[in-house]
Design a binder for this molecule. Structure first.
Ligand code: FAD
Length: 484
């Protein structure tokens, strides 16, 4: 990609304007007039995977919607490109600049503004960290309807902007259903106040839906109102081993049937992914033996004894039927956390082992794991996969949100090698398109998948999306070089 020449270069005058606007020293990290600021700016230029690196020289941290509005108006008037940034945990390179775009980091807008204890409606600023919101809700007997491995760093504004799916989608549905309203600022500084707190509101086009999953390309989300469910007093977790993906599918059917209303997560991990977690953490697997597949089931209900009886009976039944070979039930909160760590720790473990080619995809359930097998066979046939340093690829593994037919195909590499990428792409995208799957289930497009959108969306739809982008951001200053 080439830098878009329409965008202005930052000058000392621009920086002086932002300093005057934001006042506080810590709200402006300025590498334009201060050559010593490079180290402070570096973390905002680099993504979580350390795969994408920008060259921004200015980070702005607004403290209010009004400041966001004034920043954007000035940027729009002066043709300065910007990147909205939340917790910078995104996995498609969307949250860091490509060239010298200004980073607008939302971490100072982190307040919980309102909570209605009867309806469960939470209103918070976009920069509120997901785990902070969830802990606040826990103190009120409620739960955030979204949970994911990056909860300690990601912002709810970032979650909404990526339409993050995560671990509880099976139970509470997507943010398209739970987000009730948003406040956002458009490229020209216009504040869109749609901070609705109603569950029902059929008055015209539901514009907030456009911002959910827009990855900062049509506006900056400043506030969110969201419907939060009651926190279930009882949580149980089971972890089990299975011999084949056919058995995994049978177990999922049984779980839906037997656990029905208390089922809150059904997660899949293959042996390859678990071997990597064992290698990095040095922890002992929760099961005695090793199996090609593992599933984690979580239940959330109102009666711990009743739920664990149900889960125990389920486990007994699926073992009797020969669907599951071995399994274990968590006995307390600590064991629940440690079983979850086998699933939630995969992304982190992979990041310690070198580079990873990550594919977050949706595929009709029947063929979900076939993609991992076909990809592994292809990498192997190209002579790139092996146990020793001679091979660039260490492992091809699969895991994900089985309950949502969402697979994370990860290719763990010892070093970057252009031959690997050539073998993987466009093969993987073509494979998915042939099955009417989605090339981005929950992580979004960012810079990584921008050029592949055509595998999942037809030209008419892409055309309409481009029109929407132009309507909201005619100069294209918001998160350029990405998404579309
Ligand atoms: P960032 O990474 O900062 O930004 C993401 C995108 O949103 C960027 O395009 C950015 O420009 C835009 N953006 C951020 N804030 C705003 C705003 N206020 N207004 C407008 N645009 C904004 N994702 C899942 O869906 N499910 C998972 O289970 C999951 N697990 C993860 C586990 C780990 C360990 C990690 C590191 C990531 C995981 N993710 C998962 C990726 C997920 O997309 C992010 O963690 C999260 O939703 C992004 O939030 P963030 O605040 O970090 O946003």
């Amino acid at each position: 990609i080439k830098r878009d020449a329409r965008f202005a270069q930052l000058t000392e005058d621009h920086v002086a304007y932002f300093r005057g606007l934001l006042g506080s020293e810590s709200a402006v990290l300025d590498g334009v007039t201060n050559s010593n600021a490079a180290d402070d700016i570096e973390p905002f230029n680099t993504d979580w995977m350390r795969k994408y690196r920008g060259h921004c020289q200015l980070v702005l941290k607004p403290g209010s919607t009004d400041e966001v509005s004034k920043i954007l108006k000035y940027c729009n008037d002066n043709m300065l490109a910007v990147v909205p940034q939340g917790g910078n945990t995104g996995l498609v390179g969307g949250s860091v600049p490509v060239f010298d775009e200004i980073v607008i980091n939302m971490s100072r807008m982190n307040q919980i503004l309102e909570f209605d204890e009867v309806s469960g409606t939470l209103v918070a600023e976009a920069g509120c960290i997901l785990e902070v919101a969830d802990q606040f809700l826990a103190s009120k007997g409620y739960i955030f309807p979204l949970d994911l491995g990056a909860k300690g760093s990601c912002h709810i504004g970032g979650n909404v902007s990526t339409n993050a799916g995560g671990l509880r989608l099976l139970r509470y549905g997507s943010l398209h259903g739970t987000v009730l309203g948003i406040e956002a600022v458009l490229a020209d500084g216009t504040v869109v106040d749609d901070l609705c707190k109603l569950r029902k509101n059929n008055t015209g086009y539901d514009l907030k839906q456009l911002f959910i999953g827009a990855e900062g390309t049509i506006g900056i989300i400043t506030k969110v109102s969201i419907q939060c469910p009651q926190r279930s007093p009882a949580q149980n977790v089971a972890f089990f081993g299975l011999e084949s993906f056919d058995q995994v599918q049978l177990a999922f059917r049984e779980a839906k049937g037997q656990l029905s209303e208390i089922l809150s997560a059904f997660e899949l991990m293959d042996e390859g992914s678990q071997a990597l977690v064992r290698q990095v953490t040095g922890n002992k697997s929760p099961l005695e033996g090793q199996y090609p597949f593992y599933c984690l089931i979580e239940t959330s209900g109102s009666n711990a004894d009743h739920d664990s009886e149900k889960l125990g009976a389920f486990l007994e039944d699926v073992m009797e039927k020969g669907i599951v070979v071995d399994g274990t039930l968590a006995q307390d909160e600590t064991q629940i956390k440690s079983l979850w760590a086998w699933r939630e720790g995969i992304t982190e473990a992979l990041s310690h082992l070198g580079g990873t080619y990550k594919y977050d995809v949706s595929i009709p359930l029947k063929e979900l794991y076939q993609l991992v097998e076909d990809t592994r066979a292809r990498v192997d046939a190209a002579g790139l996969l092996g146990d020793t340093d001679d091979f660039p690829v260490r492992a091809v593994v699969g895991y994900g949100h089985m309950g949502d037919a969402n697979l994370h195909l990860n290719v763990s590499t010892r070093r970057m090698d252009p031959r690997v990428e050539k073998v993987l792409e466009p093969f993987i995208y073509e494979w998915i398109a042939e099955r009417q799957g989605s090339i981005s289930a929950e992580h979004g497009l960012g810079v990584m998948k921008k050029k592949f959108i055509g595998y999942s969306r037809n030209p008419t739809m892409v055309g309409l999306m481009k029109n929407i982008k132009t309507t909201f951001d005619p100069n294209g200053i918001l998160n350029p070089y990405k998404y579309l």
